[in-house]
Design a binder for this molecule. Structure first.
Ligand code: ADE
Length: 240
């Protein structure tokens, strides 16, 4: 990666993105490890009513976001970084499912543009247009099989998962290496982690398992592996 990773978020609710200034993502910005900019789609609204949406051709419920404001907003953020390849991420419940593998892949990219749709989504010609536009890659992404009010929360989820993987963001990079071995399979499937304990050694009558106090690292490793596999079976395959 030749450049500092840059994230541009386009939304009609810029304030929704305030959590980007907190905690891990706020620190990543302060340390100069990432550039994040939020853009108000309404700046590019059209007509006397400053609209960004209209009724769907062919009829049906709800409103559809018009292509013109999106085209202008996306062109503007792309034009500001003419040397970069732009990955346009369109948040939609119909997209490919976000995963840890995708987070790793995206953490290596130079320029991510998040398009937060609202209502019944964005006129599909926006996706179609940028799929063929030079300098662009387009990904339609869902964070899960449920319908949110818009792409803002999905963008926050994706950005947190991506940004923590950028070198220098986490205080202890070993935790990324460890989690990639202990939590994720090669294909990105989740393996539930072994249970963690800290002080005190007994809390409300619940003791820390003896083996963790034994100092026997081989035994501890074996116990953790057994616990992880039992918990994966219980939580992921049977429900708790
Ligand atoms: N917009 C609405 N629901 C969504 C979801 N599940 N993932 C991404 N974007 C969305």
């Amino acid at each position: 990666m030749s450049n500092k990773p840059t994230f541009d978020v386009i939304t009609i609710f810029p304030d929704y993105m305030n959590p980007l200034n907190l905690s891990l993502m706020g620190k990543a910005q302060e340390k100069g490890l990432v550039d994040i900019a939020i853009h108000d789609l309404r700046k590019h609204s059209v007509g006397v009513h400053n609209s960004v949406d209209d009724t769907p051709y062919g009829g049906g419920a709800g409103m559809v976001m018009m292509p013109e404001p999106w085209g202008k907003a996306i062109d503007e953020v792309a034009a500001a970084k003419p040397d970069l390849t732009h990955t346009l991420i369109v948040l939609t419940p119909a997209g490919e499912k976000f995963s840890q593998a995708m987070a790793h892949e995206m953490s290596t990219l130079d320029h991510l543009i998040f398009a937060c749709g609202r209502y019944e989504g964005i006129d599909i010609r926006v996706t179609d247009y940028y799929r063929d536009a030079p300098g662009f890659n387009v990904r339609e992404v869902s964070i899960g099989d449920y319908v949110l009010g818009g792409g803002e929360v999905a963008t926050l989820v994706m950005m947190e998962a991506i940004i923590r993987l950028i070198p220098g963001v986490l205080g202890n990079p070993d935790s990324i290496i460890e989690e990639s071995h202990s939590i994720m399979t090669q294909s990105g499937e989740v393996l539930v982690e072994y249970p963690n304990y800290t002080k005190p050694a007994e809390w409300r009558g619940l003791p820390v398992p003896e083996v963790l106090l034994s100092g026997n690292h081989a035994l501890i490793e074996k116990w953790r592996a057994e616990q992880a596999s039992a918990r994966t079976q219980k939580l992921r395959h049977q429900g708790s």
